[in-house]
Design a protein around this ligand. Structure first.
Ligand SMILES: NC(=O)c1ccc[n+]([C@@H]2O[C@H](COP(=O)([O-])OP(=O)(O)OC[C@H]3O[C@@H](n4cnc5c(N)ncnc54)[C@H](O)[C@@H]3O)[C@@H](O)[C@H]2O)c1
Length: 328
């Protein structure tokens, strides 16, 4: 694939530009462009790299007369119009594994913080109170953690939380029971999982089958006071049903890094964020220095591999619409 000029439209770590420049690509960084600006500027470029801020719309894609690759330095491609890219024979790439450990570690810190009320207790002490009784917690040792989605992140969460003495059960339609057993997760169907779980953490993509996967019916068959964690995508846990379950005690607490709308504006989401039993962070799963360097390097390596400019780089694990390669 012939790629000469690359536009980096979001603040991707400098390691991305360094690697591309060393491999003789011409790279420009222009951040925070409006759709109109991007439509005008994209015409000069063969490849576009974004993180989460830029929404790569059909209009931008159609304006990219020379555009051959859209790369996202991160997991998921929610901000890229895949159908429009595929229709215009533009390859879409992401860096699926680059931030798995970071997202996993945030998940684990959420679980441990929920168990010991770390966030509200720290806020209470800062506000000058000494509420020792109010913030008594529970041990994770011997509790059951249900992991929905046993891919890269789900598996890493299982391995780490087992060291706390948690029993790990889970469900994933493409991970066999034998494979799950290799990392000590007992595979079950969802109906078996719900009444057993003390904690439920979701690590699936947001697709029609996973939208509102954790809903009113699920809260009604779970143990009273079940804890839920979402560091995957907003919408996998129904926000309306979560709020109702927090209010009537079916849910004992939630930790959320992702929301149906980001930044959140909906009244239900805002009420969840303010709820005393909720820990909420502004989509920080991948926000570590290590993950940002890793995804920056991984997206550059894949672009270099696709051009064949440097034989050191041959892997392209993040191709989303492989069908386009057949058309090239
Ligand atoms: N908060 C963040 O900043 C952040 C960072 C990285 C990843 N993520 C998100 O975390 C999620 C997991 O990422 P990953 O790298 O582990 O992905 P992955 O592709 O490695 O794993 C996802 C797993 O979900 C499974 N799955 C699909 N449908 C399912 C269903 N109906 N029920 C149960 N499992 C199902 C898949 O089979 C797959 O094994 C993704 O949504 C990703 O976008 C969020």
């Amino acid at each position: 694939m012939d790629i000469q000029r690359v536009l980096v439209a979001d603040a991707v770590d400098a390691a991305c530009v360094d690697l591309l420049t060393k491999n003789n690509f011409k790279v420009d960084c222009k951040y925070k462009q409006s759709e109109e600006e991007l439509i005008k500027n994209i015409q000069e470029y063969d490849a576009l790299i974004v993180r989460s801020d830029t929404k790569v719309t059909e209009n931008i894609i159609k304006a990219g007369k020379h555009l051959k690759i859209i790369g996202r330095a991160g997991a998921g491609v929610d901000n890229i119009d895949i159908n429009a890219a595929t229709a215009n024979k533009i390859l879409v790439l992401n860096t699926p594994g680059g931030n798995a450990i970071s997202a996993c570690e945030l998940t684990c810190s959420f679980i441990t913080s929920l168990a010991r009320n770390v966030v509200p207790a720290a806020a209470s002490l800062k506000a000058g109170r000494w509420d020792r009784k109010l913030y008594a917690g529970h041990e994770l040792y011997g509790k059951t953690l249900a992991i929905i989605g046993l891919g890269r992140i789900g598996k890493e969460v299982a391995i780490r939380m087992q060291s706390w003495g948690m029993k790990t059960i889970g469900f994933d339609p493409i991970v066999s029971a034998e494979e799950a057993k290799t990392f000590n997760v007992e595979s079950m169907n969802l109906e078996q999982i719900w009444p057993l779980a003390d904690y439920i953490t979701v690590h699936t993509p947001l697709i029609p089958q996973t939208r509102n996967l954790i809903n009113d019916k699920v809260f009604s068959v779970c143990k009273k006071g079940v804890f839920v964690i979402n560091v995957a995508r907003g919408g996998i846990i129904s926000e309306k049903d979560l709020l109702a379950a927090l209010k009537d005690g079916r849910c004992g607490g939630a930790a959320l890094d992702v929301f149906q709308q980001e930044p959140p504006v909906d009244a239900v989401t805002l009420e969840i964020i303010q709820h005393p039993k909720v820990i909420a962070t502004p989509h920080l799963g991948a926000s570590t220095s290590e993950a940002q360097v890793r995804v920056a390097v991984e997206i550059s390596e894949q672009i270099i591999a696709l051009t064949g400019k440097n034989k050191q780089y041959t892997e392209t694990p993040g191709i989303v619409n492989r069908v386009v390669l057949g058309n090239k």
